[in-house]
Design a protein around this ligand. Structure first.
Ligand SMILES: Nc1ncnc2c1ncn2[C@@H]1O[C@H](COP(=O)(O)OP(=O)(O)OP(=O)(O)O)[C@@H](O)[C@H]1O
Length: 308
């Protein structure tokens, strides 16, 4: 992949800088005092429950929505009022991407590219990046959901933007296509692009993002690298024991068990000290098939977003 083009505007400012941003819809505080900085080249994840304010926040960054208050800087410039100078420097893929009716994938991309004043080479490169070269001549309506998703990403890339916003880009993809797209996204980051990535897939955020912000009720409740979030979240470990060898009642009697739950064909034991518990499990059930599980980003997320 080629290096990004020489940026036209401020090249030293962070990709995104938000300070005290608020946005209210009637009585709903969609974005509540959000401050964050995304340095250039970062793969930045936004996760949070439905209605947490992610889309509103991203739309403010994209210049599609006006914040009520606070300051917003994107690539060193203010995106609002609508900043046409920023458009060639950012790429957007949204959940409701629109396509030109009856055009082939390549024609669609050529039309998008023409709007940005870039030529056919860029179109071929964008198709190649998302693995759609073989489908270039296929009409958009004949593409599968996943292929259309990739075309939407290609549309966000054709003009070689410095900053790319991707909103749940893997939502309609099968597991293999999802992994293929991860590679595309890692390559984009490797080529120096900054990526702001909204997802409900916690494994994805853990695998791809340099840092992740967890948003709940319009506020950032945690912001750090996935590893640091996981390390800080909980000191507990989970032991997973085949259910045919340990009943829930037995599990609850074992020393150091904070919580025991039945999950399908296993019993999951949560403990602050795995050593003594492992020894006790060995006595009662043996260690065959017993697994240890430390906190994942999903555990951190569930802990921070639980409502009860
Ligand atoms: N145009 C609007 N008018 C009024 N309320 C809105 C509008 N857009 C969003 N909201 C409300 O603002 C809050 C935040 O919505 P937003 O779409 O930003 O959340 P989200 O985190 O992107 O959700 P999801 O994960 O479901 O896409 C929600 O309570 C939503 O109902």
């Amino acid at each position: 992949m080629p290096n990004p083009p020489a940026p036209s505007g401020n090249t030293t400012a962070p990709a995104i800088e938000l300070t005290g941003v608020h946005k209210t819809y009637d009585d709903i505080r969609a974005v509540d005092n959000v401050s964050l900085t995304v340095p250039r080249g970062e793969f930045f994840g936004l996760i949070g429950p439905n209605g947490a304010g992610k889309t509103t926040l991203v739309e403010i960054m994209e210049g599609l929505r006006q914040a009520d208050s606070g300051s917003v800087s994107v690539l060193g410039e203010s995106p609002w009022p609508r900043n046409l100078g920023l458009l060639p420097r950012i790429g957007l893929q949204t959940q409701s991407s629109a396509f030109f009716f009856r055009l082939t994938a390549e024609e669609h991309l050529r039309t998008v590219a023409a709007l940005y004043g870039v030529g056919r080479d860029a179109v071929a490169r964008a198709l190649d990046i998302v693995g759609l070269t073989e489908k270039a001549g296929e009409r958009v309506e004949n593409l599968s959901g996943g292929q259309r998703q990739r075309l939407a990403i290609a549309s966000a890339l054709s003009h070689d933007p410095e900053l790319i916003f991707l909103d749940e880009p893997t939502a309609a993809l099968d597991p293999q296509a999802r992994r293929d797209l991860w590679k595309v996204l890692r390559d984009l980051k490797g080529a120096g692009r900054t990526i702001v990535y909204t997802t409900h897939h916690l494994d994805e955020a853990q695998a791809l993002c340099d840092r992740v912000a967890i948003i709940v009720g319009g506020r950032i409740t945690a912001l750090d690298t996935p590893n640091r979030l996981m390390a800080a979240s909980s000191s507990t470990t989970r032991l997973v024991v085949p259910a045919e060898r340990l009943t829930l009642e037995q599990a609850k009697e074992l020393p150091g068990v904070i919580e025991a739950t039945h999950e399908g064909d296993v019993v999951v034991l949560e403990t602050a000290e795995s050593g003594p518990l492992l020894a006790a499990v060995e006595k009662v059930a043996g260690l065959q098939g017993v697994q240890t599980r430390t906190a994942s980003l999903e555990d951190v997320y569930l802990q921070l977003t639980k409502t009860t």
